[in-house]
Design a protein around this ligand. Structure first.
Ligand SMILES: [Zn+2]
Ligand SMILES: [Zn+2]
Length: 287
């Protein structure tokens, strides 16, 4: 049986959007508002997912210690407490965006094996017996922004996380009062109720060689703010939002409506939205 295992590690690093190979004017033209000759820092978190067959003799896909050692040796030791632009040669002429860091981490992890395989021996010091596939990388730059690289589909996405607070009432005009109460329970309360919604917006596209960026995140923030947040935040979804008028504002409906609001307007390609109505329920819409 194949099982996937994910390991999460953290490192703190400095970076800047300012390439020493370019002039000040060229840097400003390329990075716009992000351009600065001074560094700032992030507490990055990297999640590495491997896929393999459970070894009957150990009960493991791979000894997690081997994965930890590999991540420490090849990734954390390079990044922890370092200035990425200055201390990792690959970033002297390449901007340290989440996109480029993900591509670099993939290259560091796969460097000996070729292809998309990351071979680990099952026993300490033993011969490599089975191949464990590196299938997914997720790099969190802040709690509200992360990138993911799916190695099987060779696809990269960026996800930005937003919040809005709104009220609503679940009530179907096609049902009787008793039927509405039976179906929707507390959510049918006549005066409504509210949620702090969390909205994750995931976009894909091609990484621009010059900027190292796949999409303009400032532009994404602007579009989400204009098309959703300003119109949904601190509103009653049943009466204040025209595209939800006359519809039952379940999170399935709200999530689908938000997807339609953003599709075609966000920079890059809208891949997915995920709407958390509460911390315990979430709804995903993909194309
Ligand atoms: Zn930064
Ligand atoms: Zn509700």
């Amino acid at each position: 049986m194949r099982v996937r295992m994910t390991r999460r590690v953290g490192f703190s690093s400095g970076h800047r959007y300012w390439l020493s190979t370019l002039t000040a004017q060229e840097n400003r033209a390329l990075f716009g508002a992000w351009a600065s000759p001074y560094s700032h820092g992030h507490n990055y978190f990297l999640e590495v997912t491997v896929d393999g067959v459970v070894d009957e003799s150990t009960g493991m896909v791979v000894n997690i210690k081997r994965v930890d050692d590999l991540l420490k040796d090849r990734i954390v030791s390079q990044f922890e407490g370092k200035s990425i632009n200055d201390e990792i040669s690959a970033f002297h002429a390449c901007s340290p965006t989440v996109e480029n860091i993900l591509l670099y981490i993939r290259q560091c992890l796969l460097r000996d094996e070729g292809g998309d395989l990351f071979t680990v021996s099952r026993t300490e010091g033993g011969e490599p017996s089975q191949q464990v596939h590196l299938v997914h990388l997720r790099l969190e730059e802040t709690p509200l922004f992360h990138g993911e690289l799916d190695l099987l589909e060779n696809k990269m996405t960026l996800t930005r996380i937003y919040e809005f607070a709104a009220s609503h009432r679940l009530n179907s005009p096609q049902m009787s009062e008793a039927e509405n109460i039976a179906l929707f329970g507390k959510c049918n309360n006549e005066a409504g109720h509210g949620h702090n919604y969390v909205l994750e917006v995931t976009v894909g596209g091609e990484v621009d060689d010059r900027t190292g960026m796949m999409v303009d995140i400032e532009r994404l923030d602007h579009v989400v703010k204009e098309r959703v947040l300003l119109r949904y935040d601190h509103k009653n979804l049943d009466v204040d939002v025209p595209e939800l008028s006359g519809r039952i504002t379940t999170s399935e409906v709200v999530a689908s409506t938000i997807f339609a609001q953003l599709d075609g307007s966000v920079p890059g390609r809208l891949e997915k939205i995920k709407l958390f109505e509460t911390a315990r329920n979430a709804f995903e819409v993909t194309r």
